[in-house]
Design a protein. Structure first.
Length: 276
């Protein structure tokens, strides 16, 4: 495998690429070589961002946790699906978004200018969009209300529809993917993801980095979230084996999810991309 060209900017996944957490999204541990790789890019003046598919925490909450384990990630360079979703929601002028997620998800969207409601709010009964995010406390009342709104014509968006993410305990399933499945089975409406691998996410990545999509190095451990996004948008897919996908599994990917390059972890990034 060889890179089609040298990336001019990079997007890094979090879980399995820069960190490993536990299944409750706590207890962060930086992956060896991650901090040094980011610092090296800073010294070279190469732009980069981190984009997680995790929607539980806004950047201002998650950023300090990452810096506590030694990763030099400013809040301004840390993005979540909520960051992308807010742009989509505001552009489409949704008047009221029903959030199936933790209160922190609604708070993050509200901070970005989106009008939100949750189960128990009177306004939730007339929401014109539904947004599914990290929701470990989801119960049938949430799903029932979401289905009612979607059947009544509300748009269905999601932070992520990727089934797994990497943790210290191995692969863990994504709550939003499971909830999406329940709503789609009842309504027949598939969710529109706002996080990876959506084009919405890639547009935000390229715009933030200030480079063309085809010049973005998309670095991650998931064939669907990162490599499918890279292939679909003409970007450069760089896979790591430090997370949920092994070297053997990478080698077996179909063309639509095949990385351009596979490395052990991002400590090998500079040499593999010809930056040295």
């Amino acid at each position: 495998m060889t890179l089609p060209r040298q990336p001019k900017g990079f997007m890094f996944d979090l879980d399995g690429t820069l960190i490993l957490s536990n299944r409750k999204l706590g207890g962060y541990t930086a992956i060896p070589g991650a901090a040094e790789a980011l610092e090296d890019l800073n010294r070279r003046g190469i732009p980069w961002i981190a984009l997680t598919n995790g929607s539980a925490y806004p950047s201002r909450v998650q950023g300090p946790k990452l810096r506590d384990v030694g990763l030099p990630i400013p809040d301004a360079q840390l993005f979540t699906p909520n960051s992308v979703a807010a742009k989509v929601m505001l552009a489409r002028r949704y008047s009221n978004v029903l959030v199936l997620g933790l209160a922190s998800v609604a708070e993050a969207l509200t901070e970005l200018g989106v009008t939100c409601s949750m189960l128990g709010d009177e306004a939730a009964k007339s929401a014109d969009a539904v947004y599914v995010a990290w929701h470990p406390d989801c119960v049938m009342d949430h799903i029932h209300l979401a289905c009612e709104r979607v059947l009544d014509g509300a748009a269905l968006l999601s932070a992520s529809d990727v089934p797994f993410f990497a943790t210290k305990e191995g692969r863990s399933f994504g709550y939003s993917c499971a909830i999406n499945g329940a709503i789609a089975r009842v309504t027949g409406v598939e969710p529109e993801p706002c996080g990876k691998p959506s084009r919405h996410a890639m547009e935000v990545i390229a715009e933030t980095l200030g480079v063309a999509m085809q010049d973005v190095g998309v670095v991650g451990d998931d064939a669907v979230a990162e490599m499918q996004m890279a292939r679909a948008t003409g970007a450069i897919g760089i896979a790591v084996t430090s997370g949920s996908t092994s070297a053997e599994e990478w080698a077996a990917q179909p063309p639509a999810r095949e990385p351009h390059l596979v490395i052990g972890n991002i400590g090998e990034l500079a040499a593999a991309c010809g930056l040295e």
